[in-house]
Design a protein around this ligand. Structure first.
Ligand code: NAD
Ligand code: UDP
Length: 311
């Protein structure tokens, strides 16, 4: 069934891929963004389409629209960007959630929250399942993002219990792919850009910390399945690729694929940088029949091709 879909943060990395998918499926897509980390360039190819609309708006302010579904993605996701104005990051997560939940309540829309593996903090349990409550510092430099997202989850569940809002919550683990901004600051884009320019690659700490990297197309498929999944399944559900790699392994893989002359250099590990991270995706498999299809090497090759073109 065709519907009218609002995507907040729609001009960002993940949002723009979601716009692509939903426009191609024939839905009426409203892409809302304040262009803080996203940009018109990410959706410029959709601008002439009759079922696509771009709205410049800051989600810290309320907005009145009529839609059937809302994907709430607005929020800077890279540590350097969410730490640039941490108060604004909290406002975007918390006030943005309140405004979108209020809208969903008024127009009876289904609303999906792009939550994050950061709600698990520096996890004491490995791999992370949805029932793990996390190990988050409330007063550190990552807290504006982690606690903002945790509070947003709370708001989603309270609007659901109190106002019967039709919610969905996905916890996204590190996702990468084409359209990450070259200055995004996250590890995959940083390493690829440096490798392609044969510049030093900066590994924070000794590089033994791990992450699990999911290719963007797999993630988008999971999000859409969750939005349209079973009525009684609201989440939270982990979405990510369980393949776990150290940051050193990632650097070495990227150097190998790009045949780069880059050397590895080390900077101190930032405060509260999680030591390890790997999603348990059993629940997503059971409830949504979802699992990622793209391995790290294949996903990196596609991403490197993209950066090679734009640099
Ligand atoms: P991104 O920075 O590319 O996208 C975020 C978008 O939100 C940008 O277009 C930005 O301009 C917009 N935005 C920020 N503040 C806004 C505001 N106040 N009002 C309106 N728009 C605003 O990052 P992304 O990787 O595409 O992440 C999208 C969402 O997914 C975020 O909510 C992020 O927390 C979540 N997420 C992403 C990952 C990942 O690995 N990519 C992992 C976990 C969670
Ligand atoms: N990292 C790194 N060099 C960089 C960027 C990141 O070594 O240029 C490390 C960072 O310290 C972390 C991991 O890579 O351990 C993932 O960082 P990212 O910012 O991509 O995501 P997050 O820490 O939020 O998972």
């Amino acid at each position: 069934m065709k519907c009218s879909i609002l995507i907040t943060g729609g001009a960002g990395f993940l949002g723009s891929h979601l716009c692509d998918r939903l426009v191609a499926e024939g839905h009426d897509v409203l892409c809302l963004d304040n262009f803080f980390t996203g940009g018109k360039r990410n959706v410029s190819h959709l601008l002439g389409r009759p079922n696509f609309e771009l709205i410049r708006h800051d989600l810290v302010q309320p907005i009145f629209l009529e839609v059937d579904q809302i994907y709430n993605l607005a929020c800077p996701a890279s540590p350097i960007h969410y730490q640039y104005n941490p108060v604004k990051t909290v406002k975007t997560s918390v006030m943005g959630a309140i405004h979108m939940l209020g809208l969903a309540k008024r127009v009876k829309a289904r609303i999906l929250q792009a939550s994050t593996s950061e709600v698990y903090g520096d996890p004491a349990v490995h791999p992370q399942k949805e029932d793990y409550r996390g190990n988050v510092n409330t007063i550190g430099i990552r807290s504006c993002y982690d606690e903002g997202k945790r509070c947003a989850e709370t708001l989603f569940f309270d609007y659901h219990r109190q106002n019967k809002v039709d919610i969905r919550v996905v916890r996204i683990f590190n996702t990468y792919g084409p359209r990450m901004h070259p200055n995004d600051g996250r590890v995959v884009s940083n390493f690829i850009v440096k490798a392609l320019k044969n510049q030093d690659i900066t590994v924070f700490g000794d590089g033994t910390q791990t992450r699990s990297f999911c290719y963007v197309d797999d993630l988008i498929e999971g999000m859409i399945r969750m939005m349209n999944g079973p009525d009684n399944f609201i989440g939270p559900v982990n979405l990510g690729n369980p393949g776990e790699f150290s940051i050193l392994e990632l650097a070495e893989k990227i150097i190998e694929i790009t045949h780069s002359k880059s050397k590895l250099v080390h900077d101190p590990l930032p405060q509260d940088d999680p030591r390890q991270r790997q999603p348990d995706i059993t629940l997503a498999g059971e409830k949504l029949g979802w699992k990622p299809e793209t391995g790290l090497e294949e996903g990196l090759k596609k991403t490197i091709e993209y950066f090679d073109e734009i640099l």
